[in-house]
Design a binder for this molecule. Structure first.
Ligand code: FAD
Length: 139
């Protein structure tokens, strides 16, 4: 069984309660540890950008749960590929909130200063998440 990486974008609904992010992270970390999934979630109050790394079956199973989660919508895979090693091996789900990403970091990997993951290539989204991980605590 080899490793894969999935990166997807999603949007919050108009009635989204931001305090729910904590319970999403709690469930993610609990489940991901059991499934040997690692990754990172960036949330900017409008959009989620998440990377999941692990076995193909574990990543697919988790993504299927995420796809049907009513707390977000417009879930769009922007990269899915086999990888030889993980980038987020220290994080069952690292989290970077909006304030954690500088405008310069966003502009480096995007056409606009405003974060819009739907307009990013898989490679740019991956590079942004890798750049942001430098400031993450381990979990
Ligand atoms: P529980 O621990 O039983 O639920 C946790 C809390 O979330 C409870 O309050 C429950 O009522 C509520 N909840 C659970 N599912 C839903 C739902 N579909 N709609 C509304 N409320 C719900 N899961 C992972 O395992 N790994 C991840 O990396 C991951 N990342 C996510 C990223 C985002 C942006 C979102 C929105 C969800 C993510 N999830 C992730 C959650 C996933 O969609 C499932 O909700 C979760 O895997 C269910 O796990 P559980 O059965 O242990 O939930």
């Amino acid at each position: 069984m080899f490793l894969v990486r999935l990166i997807y974008a999603s949007s919050v609904k108009s009635d989204f309660d931001k305090t729910v992010v904590e319970s999403i992270l709690e469930a993610s970390r609990r489940n991901n540890i059991k499934a040997n999934i690692t990754g990172m979630l960036y949330f900017n109050n409008n959009y989620f950008l998440q990377c999941l790394e692990g076995s193909r079956s574990s990543v697919n199973e988790t993504y299927n749960k995420i796809l049907t989660d009513e707390r977000h919508h417009q879930v769009t895979a922007i990269e899915y590929r086999e990888i030889s090693s993980r980038e987020f091996e220290d994080w069952s789900m690292g989290y970077v909130p909006s304030r954690g990403a500088s405008t310069a970091a966003l502009l480096k990997f995007s056409v606009h200063k405003e974060f819009n993951p739907y307009l990013m290539s898989g490679e740019s989204a991956h590079n942004l998440l890798c750049a942001l991980k430098a400031d993450l605590p381990s979990f």
